[in-house]
Design a protein around this ligand. Sequence first.
Ligand SMILES: Cc1cc2nc3c(=O)[nH]c(=O)nc-3n(C[C@H](O)[C@H](O)[C@H](O)COP(=O)(O)O)c2cc1C
Length: 373
Amino acid sequence: MSANQSVKFTGLDFENPFLLSSAPPTESESNILRAFEAGWAGVVTKTIGLHPVVNVVGAKAKFMRTSPEDAYVSMKKRPGAALHSSWNWELISDKTLDWWLPRIRRIKQAFPDRVLIASIMAGSGNDKELQNWQRLARDCQDAGADGLELNFSCPHMDRRDMGSNIGKDQGLCSVVTEAVKGVATVPVWCKLTPATAEIEVEAAACFRGGADAIVSSNTFPSIPLIDPDTLEFEINVDGLVSSGGLGGPAILPLSLAKMAQMTQAFPDKSFSGIGGISDFPQALSYILLGCGTVQVCTAAMLDQAVGPNVIKRLLAGLDAFLERHAADGWTGVESFRGLRRDRIVAQSEIRRPDAAGYHSGYEAAEGYAGAEM
Ligand SMILES: Cc1cc2nc3c(=O)[nH]c(=O)nc-3n(C[C@H](O)[C@H](O)[C@H](O)COP(=O)(O)O)c2cc1C
């Protein structure tokens, strides 16, 4: 592996900028060990909590595919269809904190040079829940976690004080981050929901609380399609469905837009990009917008559960890219990080054939006022 693939992110040294995100690929010790063997520089564990977790009956995640001839999007497997997205309604890890701690310890002993971030989640709005966040943070860092990712983003929590419900409330974002920072000795990342109008508002709140980085996107709120023959949702339990999360290629442009809002608002802060990455070109878009690391879920789930071929492609892609730009003096990720961040501008700043006739959508002022403009 080339030395110039390495990055420093929130004070942590990564062999390369590619991580597995918090999800099934990182739900067990064996998966995480296999991921490190495959070459991932870091993993974010499946989210660990203290409250009871009971998943729905049947499938917790499925993949949607689209057929080129009619753009039909469906979970039905059929020849020639391409991946469109993942859809899931899986809750956080159903394993306890006590189950996780010895495993975090063993993983770090086996791979001291790889980065293990513990994703954690508790409630909010009262001291007891803030203490739960602090207990999770303390225990995970004591077990050897190199950093903490606060889950403010799970889109299918019933509890109003958890997951994306925190990420939709800037007050809670700030208070919870501050509580964790109060006990943390390792970097604290906040993973925000993309399901808000102006994500830079919640990002600002996390930074006010002391966050070292913002991570985005978690999955986007969504429901499965209805089968035209059976008139049933393609995934359902007893005919019922609830809102779940969309990931994979379908969310890439949406997630990039969210990320751009934040990196433009906070060009000097640290960001980790997620959403629709399966190969280097998608990772490159996030880095050119200012991300220092990127994370992968759906593509890894479809590639032997931990993405050995995905990481191979990402590393080869980064190597080839740096080689192509060696003449530009680019020596690593920092050479091109953020290079296209400022290319996103207001409509009015985009060139048009009749620039004189366009007044940002307003009527042209007339007469003397017009001359003044
Ligand atoms: C089945 C499944 C389970 C997930 N569980 C978690 C979780 O426990 N914590 C979390 O922060 N994100 C979770 N995610 C979200 C992913 O980490 C990631 O943010 C999202 O899938 C977008 O990335 P992708 O397009 O590469 O899939 C989960 C995603 C899937 C598909």
